[in-house]
Design a protein around this ligand. Structure first.
Ligand code: TXA
Ligand code: MG
Length: 308
């Protein structure tokens, strides 16, 4: 088993991380959503190592991270709607699934053989610094073993992938705490609810299509976001032997947001699940409103609660 190197977010730390990536090894790094497990997106071996480290099903394509729109346009074909979305939300927690353009240079394992690619320009200064130091696109799924909840601190990454990857850049906790919103397909559809509220996307695109037969995000398996503990949702109170994950002003073991703030709840969600899961008892979860970021929170909670 390898030793995982902890790297600082200083210029020297990022230069070292870029060196490790150039050697084809993997480095986890912070984005504003969750920590990503980065590898050179042009290098099929590095990408294979990502799937291996995560134990991820190979049909599940990865998101490619680039520093700006210009770099994204070298990889994929942008139409007007895609350009408008990029202008409105990049850098930030929005991922666009777009047709690959010829000469894109991305390893086919990244897209699991699809002719589309998921692209994202992260806003986090450490992610930006690493992309610029590396100078090429990084494939990066969330830095957790497959089927486990996404990491929002370097410590989460250590506990999930320590000893299985070369390095981790520690940039502190993630501000958004939910994965990016994924938009793609023709007509445009919501493929995954996330850090940008759907309402904000629809303010630009008009109503999105329901993600249906044609376009699917294979990562949307019912059991993808899964703590070990059983979850019971929309609980008014904990039952005997249950821990209680609260929302709003109430008595509970961990509270997502005592002041009922959905952004605060999103930022705390995975940390709260990690914390309660470590206590080894079933978890009852208070209702969270199904509006704005609440839709993404409930989506994650339903996945975490899905039978498996
Ligand atoms: O916030 C995020 O998006 C984080 C950070 C690290 O950037 N990344 C992340 O990546 O959540 P990952 O690999 O855990 O989720 C990628 C999602 C999966 O649901 C996958 O199926 C979908 O994107 N996806 C990737 N490429 C796709 C494609 N060409 N078509 C449809 N869905 C795609
Ligand atoms: Mg993930």
């Amino acid at each position: 088993m390898k030793k995982t190197q902890m790297l600082g977010a200083s210029e020297a730390g990022l230069a070292e991380a870029a060196q490790v990536l150039r050697a084809g090894a993997l480095v986890a790094f912070p984005t504003e959503t969750v920590y990503g497990l980065g590898g050179d997106a042009r290098d099929g071996d590095a990408v294979a190592a990502i799937y291996a480290a995560k134990g991820r099903p190979s049909f599940n394509p990865l998101i490619v991270h680039v520093p700006d729109l210009a770099a994204a346009e070298r990889i994929a074909q942008f139409d007007n709607a895609a350009r408008q979305l990029a202008a409105a939300f990049w850098p930030g927690p929005l991922t666009l699934v777009l047709p690959l353009r010829s000469g894109h240079g991305i390893a086919s394992l990244v897209t699991a053989g699809l002719d589309t690619v998921a692209l994202r320009v992260p806003a986090h200064p450490v992610a930006q610094g690493l992309l610029r130091a590396f100078g090429a696109p990084l494939a990066a799924p969330s830095a957790n073993p497959s089927g486990r909840i996404s990491p929002t601190t370097a410590q989460h990454v250590v506990s999930g992938l320590g000893g299985r990857i070369a390095g981790i850049v520690d940039g502190g906790p993630c501000a958004v705490g939910l994965e990016s919103t994924i938009i793609g397909g023709a007509p445009l559809a919501l493929l995954r609810a996330g850090g940008v509220p759907v309402e904000d996307v629809e303010a630009i695109t008009g109503p999105l299509a329901a993600a249906g037969a044609g376009v699917t995000a294979p990562g949307q398996l019912a059991s993808h976001y899964a703590p070990d503990a059983a979850l019971r949702l929309n609980a008014a109170a904990p039952g005997p032997g249950e821990l209680f994950l609260g929302f709003g002003d109430m008595d509970c073991d961990v509270n997502l947001s005592p002041r009922s703030d959905l952004a605060e709840a999103a930022a705390r969600l995975f940390d709260a699940l990690h914390q309660l899961d470590a206590m080894g008892q079933p978890i009852a979860v208070a209702p969270v409103p199904e509006t704005g970021l609440g839709r993404a929170i409930n989506d994650r909670l339903r996945r975490a609660a899905a039978p498996r």
